[in-house]
Every structure is written in structure tokens, then in C-alpha cells.
Design a protein around this ligand. Structure first.
Ligand code: NDP
Length: 249
């Protein structure tokens, strides 16, 4: 894969979790590369900050305040994108929640359910909503944010780790269903990144030791390139490499 910033002119990109953190920076960098960004999150203030930055740099964005546990809302989003553009070129399924860092036996049911609702069911429903639109693109690209927790036995991270393992597996199935199409579908492990989620997970850590969301976003951007060949892989940002699931080590 080339590491150059791709030209995303005339591409329509849907980015979830765009109100802060990694998603905010992916949206900003994709707009700077020429894409029309559809930015999804619940926090309107964060989306407006993003919009201001994108517009100031001459880019284009459409803001969609949406809770990804609102399944009807997700279904309507696919319809609205179809009505306006008739296709979707890039999906970045980035929104996620950590839940709690806790022994499994102490996790409250409502917290577990919320992690699964956002990270797994919301992501599946979004994929279902836009899959036909990505297939209509001449070079559809799907980038789904996972985590190293999906692959490691990490005490106290149970619900989050299970949700990321579930979504990775879902995405691998999807990539196999679309293997003979122009659509390319990959998971991404961004690695520990200086965001609110990381601070919640590891509060004692010095954030200055971590890569910024902007640094991580720049490394993820080439996965949206029309020239990308890889599909059904895991891209590890920290190691700057794709790994195959047949040989994940
Ligand atoms: P942040 O907590 O900083 O941002 C999460 C984003 O998800 C926010 O924009 C938030 O928007 C959105 N979101 C959360 N819940 C919902 C919801 N119900 N509906 C719509 N949007 C929602 O997280 P990061 O930027 O750190 O993480 C981004 C992705 O990267 C996540 O999938 C995470 O699991 C993954 N990741 C992060 C790592 C890290 O070290 N930071 C490491 C490994 C993986 P809002 O609250 O406005 O709705």
C-alpha cells in the first residue's frame, strides 16, 4: 500500500464518531484530500467545530447528528445518502465506546449492552444501510476501527474486547462477500492514541507519550485510496502494516 495521501476529489465519505478524537481527524484529513465528508456523531458542538475547520480550509462537509443506537435513524441515513449522491465511496466506521474497565463479574448489564449496541449492532446496522451504496461506487472503501484488545487477553477489558472481536469477524465476513467487487473492506487497529477514550481506559498514563489523533488519521487515510488493493485484512497503524487473518502474528 502506498503511504501517500490519496486524492479523494469527488469522493463521498461517511465518517462516524467525527465529533472528537480519531474520527474527527480522519474526517478533517479526508475533506482536505478532496472528499465531501458526511460527519456523524451525537455531539453537535464537536461536529460544528469540525465543519468550521473543514470550511475554513475550503472543504465540504454535511453534519449528521445521530445516535448509533437509533437503528431507524441509521436506516434513514443510507436512504438520504442514496437520494443525494446515489452512491457512497468511503465508509469509516469509527464510533465506539469503551464501557468500563472492570472485572467481568462486576460489569453492569446496562453497560455491557451499551457497548454491544454501539460497537457491534450499530456498526452492523450501518454496514447494512450503506452496503448497497458502497457497491455502486467504482472504488468503494470501508475502514472499520478495531483494537488490539480484540486479539489479546487483557484483564478488565472484557466487554470492549469482545465487541471489537465481534465487529472484526463481521467485517471479515463482509470482505469475503465482496471479494470479487471493486469494494475493499478492512479493519484497522489504530494503537494507543491520545484521545478521551484512551484517557478513560488508562487514566494514569501520560498522554504526551502517545501519538496524536492527527498522526493516526494520516496513516489511515491511504486505506481510502481508489488505488488500494488489500481487502479482508487488519491494518495495524503502530506497525504501519497489513496483517492477514490467516497469519495474524
Ligand atoms: P473517542 O471517545 O475520543 O471518540 C469516540 C467517538 O465515537 C466520538 O466522536 C463519539 O461521538 C462517537 N460515539 C460514541 N458513542 C456514540 C453513539 N452512541 N452514537 C454516535 N456516535 C457515538 O474515541 P477514540 O477517538 O479514541 O476512538 C475511535 C475508535 O478507535 C473507536 O472505535 C475506538 O474503539 C478505537 N480505538 C481507539 C484507541 C485509542 O487508544 N484511542 C485504541 C484502539 C482502538 P459523540 O459522543 O459525540 O456521539
Amino acid at each position: 500500500m502506498t503511504t501517500e495521501t490519496p486524492d479523494l476529489s469527488n469522493r463521498v465519505a461517511l465518517v462516524t464518531g467525527a465529533s472528537r478524537g480519531i474520527g474527527y481527524q480522519i474526517a478533517k484529513h479526508m475533506a482536505a484530500a478532496g472528499a465531501h465528508v458526511i460527519a456523524v456523531a451525537r455531539t453537535v458542538g464537536g461536529l460544528e467545530d469540525l465543519d468550521d475547520e473543514i470550511k475554513a480550509a475550503g472543504g465540504q462537509a454535511t453534519l449528521v447528528p445521530l445516535d448509533l443506537t437509533d437503528m431507524d435513524g441509521i436506516d434513514r441515513l443510507g436512504g438520504a445518502i442514496n437520494d443525494r449522491w446515489g452512491k457512497l465511496d468511503i465508509l469509516v466506521a469509527n464510533a465506539g465506546v469503551l464501557g468500563v474497565i472492570s472485572p467481568i463479574g462486576h460489569v453492569e448489564a446496562k453497560v455491557f449492552d451499551k457497548v454491544m449496541a454501539v460497537n457491534v449492532t450499530g456498526t452492523w446496522r450501518l454496514i447494512r444501510s450503506v452496503d448497497p451504496l458502497l457497491r455502486k461506487s467504482d472504488a468503494g472503501r470501508a475502514i472499520v476501527l478495531s483494537s488490539g484488545a480484540a486479539h489479546s487477553a487483557r484483564a478488565f477489558w472484557g466487554p470492549y474486547a469482545a465487541s471489537k472481536a465481534a465487529v472484526e469477524t463481521l467485517v471479515r465476513s463482509w470482505s469475503d462477500e465482496t471479494r470479487n467487487m471493486p469494494l475493499r473492506v478492512n479493519n484497522v487497529d489504530p494503537g494507543a492514541t491520545r484521545t478521551a477514550m484512551r484517557a478513560q481506559a488508562v487514566p494514569g498514563e501520560n498522554p504526551d507519550t502517545l501519538p496524536t489523533p492527527a498522526e493516526v488519521a494520516r496513516k489511515i487515510l491511504p486505506l481510502a485510496s481508489p488505488a488500494l488493493r488489500e481487502t479482508g485484512m487488519l491494518f495495524q497503524v503502530r506497525q504501519d502494516r497489513f496483517v492477514s487473518y490467516r497469519d495474524p502474528k
